[in-house]
Design a protein around this ligand. Structure first.
Ligand SMILES: [Zn+2]
Length: 76
C-alpha cells in the first residue's frame, strides 16, 4: 500500500521517525493521531497528552516531566 498513513510519522515524544518500527503505538487525542515509538514514550505522552498535543517545545516539556517523575518517585 503506497498510502500507508503511518509513513513519515515521527514519535510525538522523542521526535524519532517511526517508519518501519513495528513497536509503534498510536494514540488519538483531540481528534488527532499521535505516534509513539516505544512504551516509554507512550507512558510519557499519556501523562500529559494535552501538552504534547498543544505543540509545546518538546525538549522543555520532556525535561519538566522527567523532573516531575523523579520528584514523585523519590518519596518511595
Ligand atoms: Zn519516542
Amino acid at each position: 500500500m503506497s498510502d500507508d498513513p503511518t509513513h513519515g510519522e515521527t514519535c510525538a515524544v522523542c521526535g524519532k521517525s517511526t517508519d518501519g518500527n513495528p513497536g509503534t503505538a498510536h494514540l488519538y487525542h483531540d481528534g488527532r493521531r499521535f505516534a509513539l515509538c516505544c512504551p516509554m514514550c507512550l507512558d510519557l505522552f499519556q501523562r500529559a497528552p494535552v501538552r504534547f498535543a498543544r505543540g509545546e517545545h518538546r525538549e522543555t516539556l520532556l525535561q519538566q516531566m522527567l523532573e516531575e517523575i523523579k520528584w514523585q518517585d523519590s518519596g518511595r
